[in-house]
Design a protein around this ligand. Sequence first.
Ligand SMILES: Nc1nc2c(c(=O)[nH]1)N[C@H]1C(S)=C(S)[C@@H](COP(=O)(O)O)O[C@H]1N2
Ligand SMILES: [Mo]
Length: 406
Amino acid sequence: MEPSNLSRRRMLLSTGGVMALAGTASLTPLSAALAQEKAKTQAKALPAYASWKHADSLIVHSANTIETKRSAFGSGLITPLDRLFVRNNVAPPSEQIVADPDAWVLSIKGVKNPKDMSVAELKRLGLVAVPMVLQCSGNGRAFFPEKPSGTQWTVGAAGCVVFTGVPIKAVLEAVGGMEEGAKYMTGQGGEEIPQGLDPNTIMVERSIPLEAIDDAILAWEINGQPIPLAHGGPLRLIVPGYTGVNNVKYIKQLAFTKEQSAANIQQNSYRLAPVGEKSNPNQESVWEMPVKSWVTSPSGEPGEELKAGKVQIQGLAFGGMSAAKEVEVSVDGGKNWVKATFVGPDLGKYAWRQFVAGVDLKPGKYEIASRATSEAGTVQPEERVPNNRGYLNNSWRDHMLAVTVV
Ligand SMILES: Nc1nc2c(c(=O)[nH]1)N[C@H]1C(S)=C(S)[C@@H](COP(=O)(O)O)O[C@H]1N2
Ligand SMILES: [Mo]
């Protein structure tokens, strides 16, 4: 890639705006770094496309990266939309695309009868609701000691939501099935690619193995309402159990392909590269989510006071590709564990479960951790798996909280 293209691309990714190109073209790395430092000291405002969100529940890392506070998940199982995290790799398209959701057109390729279908047409093919954890691949990155580059998410690049739409299988049936030899389902996001840029450098196009399509859907509703632009409306590809990036927002093309997408986001990003090494397409792709849990109350956030006596330790647990089966809680940094109880409804294997463990705490210092086990029998590990970009952190030790009881 030419240097000028590379810096344009960086600009796009960091400011998240095509609009920003002209105005910031002369920004030097030094002033950019200073601006970043300055920004860190001030609470940032919500970007316009997410201005309807509940600011007090969120940490605004940037216009394209907004995290839910540990204390803000609530105990209602489903994450309210105004508290749900947002992650855009590039700036979202115009708000106009959600003005008439039924008119949005999806182009379907790599099938016996390729065709364009509107959301209105897709709605006639089938309906299913999928309660599921939506979690960014980099959730927990802030806990990697190697300090990988990227948004420093702690626990809040995740939520449990209900997506409603049509099963991919029903769509496939309507177009005569996939073409011979297909190995991947490839979804392309609806972002405009600025003229003169190689689309592969910024296009959000992800491929997933065909085994994942059984439970995958094309969704137009989230938590019972049309998907807002911030979360990928009018139409979003949903792959339950897979990390956030595989759930392509404002999807405009669905293709069944022999190869994985040539887009950089597929070939080189979201790969499990060894620490300090550049990623490449031969490394494992970030697809399935591993078993994970964390404590949400106490939260350890400023202003929280923990009084001695009985304390209800609460948190969230999910198994990734299978349900969470069991959670244990420790208040002594993982030396001793007690079994937690699940509370609230069980919405199926892709949703998270809320858990609680009542403990008696005397005044003093505690290290509170949770450890989940999935139906598949996988236990949440003590240590994360090191990788260069800080993906898939499910270490219970990293998510542990140090608290003082008074
Ligand atoms: N078209 C498109 N889809 C996308 C992205 C994007 O930038 N563009 N970001 C991905 C990433 S990295 C994540 S974590 C999730 C975030 O979903 P949310 O913003 O609804 O929370 O969307 C994914 N789908
Ligand atoms: Mo992500």
